[in-house]
Design a protein around this ligand. Structure first.
Ligand code: NAD
Ligand code: WQD
Length: 338
């Protein structure tokens, strides 16, 4: 297939481009590079030995999007392009609705005009809001506590409505739990700008000596060690699931959403201890206040992906930390280089 990957230069998108090319698909990256590096397409080529085509443009630039469809005539779209900072979505909600919601509506319109009927969408476990219990399956109630989460809920609904209106459209909303790690080559990974919001990139920077300590947001949750529990999933496992979902989309048409997680929860202290172990570096931490909006635990029931895609996560927390650490060192953000 010829696959248009919006946001394909970003953290998750770049790993999916690698797996798509490895599986023999053609890839067109459509990315504004607002949150990614212009060198990423070349690094994807170095890993795979095949090059993606790259279009540098904003999703909201209708002429550029139209031109991309008319030039490349993609068979399918995997749609990652979005803004993803929860805090920023609270201070700048209109940008989030514009990029994440309006951008997706423009994309769906373009797909319809060019008779492109296969879509995989990046949703998030954030749509489960404050989960009533874990593991969380796809039937659990959905809600949102911030504008970013609302954009994911709205877009899921828009895509589901578009499917009902046009039976030729095959689409699925993939709900990621906590993507971490990096490609084993050390050539692509997550590069947060400024202070990382997420735990693993923060811990990696502490291990590298770039930050003195990590704040553990609460140790009084009703979890085994009192700290928050999450379902961390290796970004390369996520990538494999996207290729499988894309290739089987018509058979998944009855589904509205699918979880992508490991089905295992790990606490903040477990993540810190594992990272310290694999990096061989001490990781100082201090217990801090709970972070507003955080939930005690959030981990997936991944059975639907197993039964319908034949997919299950292969990499454990240790491998996720090893690959995050290799990326941290190799990307020039640590004291050593591999
Ligand atoms: P990322 O920021 O690394 O990648 C997003 C890419 O989209 C970037 O390359 C960015 O330059 C591009 N982009 C942003 N706005 C654009 C626009 N208007 N036009 C064109 N390109 C644009 O983020 P990521 O972590 O790879 O996330 C990818 C998707 O997965 C997003 O939709 C995100 O909401 C979703 N998601 C991420 C996580 C996570 O923890 N990383 C979890 C669940 C869901
Ligand atoms: C994990 C755990 C924190 C940082 C977020 C989004 C979610 C999805 C994935 C996009 C929690 C604790 C964190 C720190 C800490 N993104 N923590 N100290 O919040 O589960 O999920 O990313 O869709 O929508 O909310 O991930 O990595 O921020 O936090 O103690 O410095 O680590 O409290 O228990 P989260 P996270």
């Amino acid at each position: 297939m010829r696959v248009l990957v919006t946001g394909g230069a970003g953290y998750i998108g770049s790993h999916v481009c690698v797996e798509l090319l490895n599986a023999g698909h053609e890839v067109i990256i459509f990315d504004s590079f607002i949150n990614s590096d212009l060198g990423v397409p070349d690094r994807i080529s170095s890993i795979v030995g095949k090059s993606p085509l790259t279009v540098k443009a904003d999703l909201r630039d209708r002429a550029a999007l139209d031109d991309c469809f008319s030039t490349h005539r993609p068979d399918a779209v995997i749609h990652f392009a979005a803004l993803k900072s929860i805090g920023e979505s609270v201070t700048n909600p209109l940008s989030y609705y514009d990029v994440n919601v309006v951008g997706t509506i423009d994309l769906l319109g373009c797909m319809k005009r060019y008779d492109c009927n296969l879509l995989v969408f990046s949703s998030s476990a954030t749509v489960y809001g404050q989960p009533e219990s874990c593991p969380i399956d796809e039937q659990a109630p959905v809600s949102a506590t911030n504008p970013y989460g609302r954009t994911k809920l709205f877009v899921e609904q828009i895509i589901n409505d578009a499917k009902v209106a046009d039976p030729r459209l095959f689409a699925i909303n993939l709900r990621y739990f906590n993507p971490v790690g990096a490609h084993q080559s050390g050539l692509i990974g997550e590069s947060p700008s400024g202070t990382p919001n997420n735990l693993v990139p923060f811990v990696a920077q502490v291990a590298a000596g770039l930050r003195p300590r990590v704040s553990v947001f609460g140790d009084d949750y009703a979890t085994p060690d009192g700290t928050g529990v999450r379902d961390y999933i290796h970004v390369s496992d996520l990538a494999t699931a996207h290729v499988l979902a894309l290739e089987q989309l018509p058979q998944l048409s009855d589904l509205q959403a699918m979880n992508l997680g490991t089905g295992r929860g790990h606490s903040v202290l477990e993540v810190i201890a594992t990272f310290a172990d694999i990096s061989g570096r001490p990781i100082e931490y201090q217990i801090a206040q709970r972070r507003p909006g955080d939930v005690a635990e959030c981990w997936a029931d991944p059975m639907l992906a197993l039964t319908r895609l034949g997919w299950r996560a292969r990499f454990d927390l240790e491998q996720m930390c090893k690959d995050a650490w290799r990326w941290q060192l190799g990307s020039g953000n640590g004291e050593e280089r591999t």
